[in-house]
Design a protein around this ligand. Structure first.
Ligand code: PEP
Length: 255
């Protein structure tokens, strides 16, 4: 049985290094006794070195929110897989909806990034999910199928074992109104596994962790794990508040 995976996506926050250090320290202290849940902090690239320092002697891992698909060269503003690995990252988030929507990342780009990150030895969190409009048109299945089939194109079963899928319905991200019914998320989770079973063997798919993301808070975290059968959580806004993030992890862990 894989451990639950709880990932903190700090997005473009906090804006000062001291705040990033304080947040990391507080999370590390609050979660030092948690051993049955894998915890990953994903700060902005600029704070990775400082976070590495803070997390020395801690079981908490850290990762980046993005990486590029080329190793070096004339790609202004981009960060390579080796660069983030050299900073101690073991994880990277790929295909977050904000990058898809605001920065125009396509399934093809996401596939290139995923392949490069896997080749470089990183564990990847592949984000998928439908917009509000797509949901209203009853297109969750169609969108998720396309994102999985295109995003995972050419990725071997061995590499799949280093990927977790984060199902993040875009209408729930940062909204404060996550899905109210555990069935809705459970259905999406089962559907994702069904699509993957069309691409990989059942034994490989069974081991893969599917996370839920979208307005997760201490008050609803248990609901997604215990009632919807998710294998972890991707937490945005709430992960910037140490007390709230600690509460989320403790709620889903057996302590
Ligand atoms: C996210 O950005 O991945 C996310 C889930 O954000 P929030 O928890 O703030 O909805």
């Amino acid at each position: 049985m894989q451990k639950l995976l709880v990932v903190a996506n700090w997005k473009m926050n906090p804006s000062a290094i001291g705040a990033a250090q304080r947040l990391t320290k507080a999370i590390k202290k609050g979660l030092q006794r948690v051993t049955d849940t894998e915890i990953v902090l994903c700060p902005p690239h600029t704070w990775l070195s400082a976070i590495k320092e803070e997390l020395k002697k801690s079981k908490i891992k850290f990762g980046a929110q993005n990486s590029f698909w080329k190793e070096s060269g004339a790609y202004t503003g981009e960060i390579s897989v080796s660069m983030i690995k050299n900073l101690g990252c073991s994880y990277v988030i790929i295909g977050h909806s904000e990058r898809r929507q605001i920065l125009g990342e396509t399934d093809e780009i996401i596939n290139l990034k995923l392949k490069r990150a896997l080749k470089g030895g990183l564990n990847c969190i592949l984000c998928i999910g439908e917009t509000l409009e797509e949901r209203q048109e009853d297109k969750m299945a169609e969108v998720v199928t396309r994102q999985l089939q295109s995003g995972l194109k050419g990725i071997s079963p061995f590499s799949l074992s280093r990927i977790s899928i984060a199902y993040e319905p875009i209408w729930a991200i940062g909204s404060g109104t996550p899905p109210a019914s555990p069935n809705e998320i459970m259905t999406a989770g089962l559907f994702i596994r069904k699509v993957l079973t069309g691409l990989y063997s059942t034994s490989v798919v069974q081991k893969l962790r599917i996370l839920y993301g979208g307005s997760v808070a201490g008050s609803n975290a248990a609901f997604y794990i215990k009632e919807s059968g998710m294998n972890g959580l991707l937490v945005g806004g709430a992960s910037l508040n140490a007390t709230e993030f600690i509460n989320i992890v403790k709620t889903v862990s057996n302590i």
